[in-house]
Design a protein around this ligand. Structure first.
Ligand code: ADP
Ligand code: MG
Ligand code: MG
Length: 871
């Protein structure tokens, strides 16, 4: 295979092979933008390297050929003593993993070529030694695995309180000697002087960085597959550190927080590479570049517009200016907040760059879910201690902690924490995941904290410069003598950048208020959501129903757009005060006692159903007859035995009988025991009472479309018994209702063709179906071994979260197909947790189901994803 592509050979669609960075460098090159020449080594070479532990055969030769061509074109050889070509070696995977892997700049410098570089730059010694010390520092840390602190400390000591620009050539030259000493001491060898050796080692290190612990953690968090590998980009160096007419910057074509068009970015004069995000000096805003270097600024604006029109989306950009000449070093379709995603999609439609289908495609259910998070109440009484930058929206409250380790520790104990740092770096990732929110005192909207938090959808305030953060003392101070120590509660608002002392109460988001119908579309975000949702509704084939078992949830579900109830559980109606009646039912040992108990329950059930039918006003309502084992309604065995024992002879007769019943009903494995349809067949009159209550309620609410659903059926015979009885009751009442079943036992799926003889609809109960297909008890396995399974890659995500297509999904498809063969108009739905999960909704669409049902709050998400699935 071909392992190396020149930037002129690739394009943006080759991300699998060239990584995002390489593919987009090629795209920009071919658009005629000023990109320093270079080439990309493919992800395939990386995969081979990681599998074999050695460079694949032929790769070195191919690299040599491309390097030779680059040298020819530039008219200088890599590291040539009197006139060196220098390159950067940059990682770049298919999916952006900010700061997770390695980049080394200034490859090709050594004790000779450093003089050649100075000469190239018109005798600029300072610049040459600055570049050399950067090489040793980056190479030592990332390629040779030396603790970066050693270099940082030596650097700090030399600066002695001065800024990096205050060091002169002689001092930087001395620093190079110190750094070389560190390398010698740490590795036992001299810093590698051979430019080709440097290049080879750096390429290998980038390959290996794919499996660095923080990269693995990031991928797991972001659900990026572990086996993609990274590409390596070898790119001719251009220099932002050779004077004040040079510099480096990052920019967005729009505000990634709001989506508004304008000039967003940071620029740092006389600096290289990551300086701008590392917070070594305060950056200036991109707008200020106009005053310093109008030519470069204007060209950058033209390029940004060109990129937006070309990618038809928000782009982020990394650039460098070398002596007044602009160079483009990276672009990609930029990460953005959930709100910006909706706004931008609609703005692009209005600009005529994309159509509404594409707009629906560009936003996700997860983003919509984020917009439904609550916000802080605008209340006069809250104590604002400072304001930083609104880096990633949301409202987070928690105890301040000052290290990643502490964040992980406290979060594991179930505490809400806010991670507070001067700035974050990739080592803080675990703490950022554990925290409710992140607060930093340095860095802009493009800092590590901001970029990573936005990617994770985590609330973040960054660059709160008034705060003095002391990680060592685990405290920070704010203006006015405010002190916050570890454990003190703070609240941070990622939408405004505000930081508050103590716990600030939260209120509903405007998007939720819009769905609730209580807010007009005057808000720009709400208008964007409205347009996207309206179009998604027009696209989707799947109907969306709600899981709701009271009038309040039913009403909310309708406001959120539910087209019916897909799962109304009846067991919740047996709790609270009514437990006593269920106890009477369980204790009844004569027919008349049992009938009395059921008769007492019936009017209560009927009243419940009336409310729900009224709330749904003619939309279909699927009611599941009682499902859980009866002992769930009885007192706890241990508590009851203690009570009876303590009372001794004076124990009430009912308690004694209850105790005996609890003992009798105890099951080793209740999920596989006496529940669902089995209860209906064993306890005479129970299901009949429920069906009667439904029928009587339906009579009182004209237009009702009730669907009676029998749980846990595994054989058509079970269903037939219940159905016969139900049909009679319905006929007597003169009420029409469908009778159907859940498909949640594997046998039901396997015999769906027979079951459909009796069932008028199927609803896939994918929680139980997943448990029983895998043989996993959901309540037990998640804590016991799921994280190990995720590590081992047995599955990429819990099958309880996202429907397992290969196993459970196969049963669903089979049952759908065979059921419809028996009964072509068989209605098919899903009512497990999966009904609100985006990936699973796409599966349901493909499998030809008629509807998904999910909790009321997930309904907008399901509507959107059902629309996206239809594209
Ligand atoms: P990341 O993936 O972390 O963004 P990059 O490979 O983009 O890493 O490198 C980080 C920074 O290093 C770039 O933004 C750019 O400023 C600088 N850099 C990389 N290659 C070059 C180069 N050839 N010339 C000048 N600067 C470079
Ligand atoms: Mg980097
Ligand atoms: Mg970059």
């Amino acid at each position: 295979p071909k392992y190396v592509y020149d930037f002129t050979e690739g394009n943006k669609d080759l991300k699998d092979l060239l990584g995002g960075k390489g593919a987009n460098l090629a795209e920009m090159t071919n658009l005629g933008l000023p990109v320093p020449p270079g080439f990309t080594i493919t992800t395939e070479a990386c995969r081979r390297f990681l599998a074999d532990g050695a460079l694949p055969p032929g790769l070195q030769e191919e690299i040599d050929t491309h390097l030779g061509a680059l040298e020819g074109r530039m008219g200088r050889r890599l590291g040539q003593a009197d006139d060196p070509l220098l390159v950067s070696v940059r990682s770049g995977a298919k999916f952006s993993m900010p700061g997770m892997m390695e980049t080394v700049l200034n490859i090709g410098l050594n004790d000779e070529s450093v003089h050649g570089l100075a000469k190239q730059a018109g005798g600029n010694e300072r610049f040459a030694w600055d570049s050399y010390r950067r090489l040793i520092q980056m190479f030592g840390k990332t390629v040779q695995g030396i603790d970066g602190e050693l270099f940082d400390e030596a650097f700090e000591e030399l600066k002695n309180g001065r800024g990096d620009l205050d060091l002169d050539a002689a001092e930087l030259r001395g620093l190079v000697e110190t750094f070389k000493g560190i390398v010698r001491a740490e590795t036992g060898h001299d810093f590698p002087a051979d430019p080709r050796e440097q290049l080879r080692m750096a390429i290998t290190a980038v390959f290996e960085s794919w499996n660095a612990p923080r990269a693995i953690l990031y991928r797991r968090q972001e659900r990026i597959p572990a086996d993609l590998g990274t590409a390596v980009n070898v790119c001719t160096m251009v220099f932002g550190n050779c004077g004040m007419d040079s510099g480096t910057g990052v920019a967005f074509t729009r505000d990634p927080g709001t989506g508004h068009q304008g000039v967003y970015g940071d620029y740092l004069q006389n600096a290289q590479g990551e300086d701008v995000v590392a917070g070594i000096r305060n950056t200036m805003s991109l707008q200020d570049l106009e005053g310093i270097d109008k030519n470069s600024y204007d060209e950058l604006m033209r390029i940004m517009e060109k990129l937006e029109n070309h990618y038809r989306d928000l782009c982020d950009i990394e650039f460098t200016i070398e002596n007044g000449k602009l160079w483009m070093l990276q672009t990609r379709v930029g990460k953005r907040t959930a709100g910006a995603a909706f706004r931008i999609a609609v703005q692009l439609v209005d600009q005529g760059l994309i159509d509404l289908d594409e707009a629906v495609n560009r936003v996700t259910g997860d983003q919509l879910a984020q917009l439904m998070f609550p916000r802080f109440a605008k209340d006069e009484t809250r104590t604002r201690i400072t304001k930083g930058m609104n880096a990633s929206p949301g409202a987070a409250v928690g105890k301040a902690v000052f290290s990643s380790e502490r964040a992980v520790e406290l979060a594991a104990r179930g505490e809400d924490v806010i991670l507070v740092r001067r700035e974050t770096n990739p080592d803080d990732l675990a703490g950022m995941i554990a925290a409710r929110g992140v607060l930093t005192s340095r860095g802009g909207k493009t800092s590590h904290a901001a970029v990573v938090a936005r990617g994770m959808g985590k609330t973040c305030v960054c660059g709160a410069e008034e705060l003095e953060v002391s990680t060592k003392e685990r405290r920070f101070t704010a203006p006015g003598g405010v002190e916050v120590a570890e454990g003190d509660v703070i609240s941070i608002d990622g939408s405004t950048g505000e930081v508050f002392l103590g716990e600030v109460p939260v209120v509903a988001s405007p998007v939720v208020e819009y769905f609730e119908g209580s807010c007009a579309e005057e808000d720009e975000l709400v208008r964007a959501v409205h347009r996207v949702m309206t179009h998604a509704d027009s696209l989707r084939r799947l109907a969306v129903r709600a899981n709701a078992d009271n009038a309040e949830d039913a009403a909310r579900a309708r406001r959120f757009g539910a087209q019916g109830i897909g799962l109304c559980r009846t067991e919740h109606m047996f709790l609270g005060e009514r437990r006593r009646l269920v106890e009477d039912l369980v204790l009844a040992d004569a027919d008349d006692e049992r009938e009395r108990a059921l008769a007492a329950l019936e009017p209560l059930q009927k009243a419940d159903f009336i409310e729900i039918f009224q709330a749904m006003d003619g939309l279909p309502v699927t009611i599941r007859l009682i499902d859980p084992p009866l002992h769930e309604f009885l007192p706890d065995y241990t508590e009851l035995s203690v009570k009876v024992a303590l009372a001794g002879d004076r124990a009430e007769a009912k308690d004694r009988r209850l105790l005996a019943a609890v003992k009798r009903l105890h099951e080793q494995n209740p999920m596989l025991g006496l529940r669902g349809v089995r209860l209906g067949l064993v306890i005479p009159g129970l299901f009949a009472m429920q069906v009667r209550a439904i029928a009587e309620a339906a009579k009182e609410v004209p237009g009702t479309r009730a669907e009676i659903m029998i749980p846990l059926v595994g054989a058509v015979q079970e269903l037939e018994h219940v159905k016969d009885e139900a049909t009679k009751i319905l006929a007597e009442a003169g009420v029409e209702a469908l009778v159907g079943t859940m498909i949640e036992v594997p046998r039901a799926a396997l015999t769906a063709g027979q079951i459909a003889e009796a069932a008028e609809f199927f609803s896939f109960g994918t929680n139980d179906l997943t448990q029983m297909t895998w043989g996993f008890s959901r309540d037990d396995v998640e804590a016991a071994f799921f994280s190990r399974y995720l590590d081992l890659g047995v599955f990429g995500v819990s099958p309880f979260e996202t429907l397992d297509r290969d196993g459970v999904g196969r049963l669903v498809r089979l049952a759908a197909e065979e059921g419809r063969r028996t009964r072509p108009d068989l209605k098919l739905g899903i009512c497990g947790e999966h009904g609100g999960d985006p990936e699973s909704i796409h599966f349901c669409h493909e499998a030809g189901l008629d509807y998904v049902s999910c909790s009321p709050f997930r309904i907008p998400v399901a509507r959107l994803e059902a629309g996206r699935a239809a594209l």
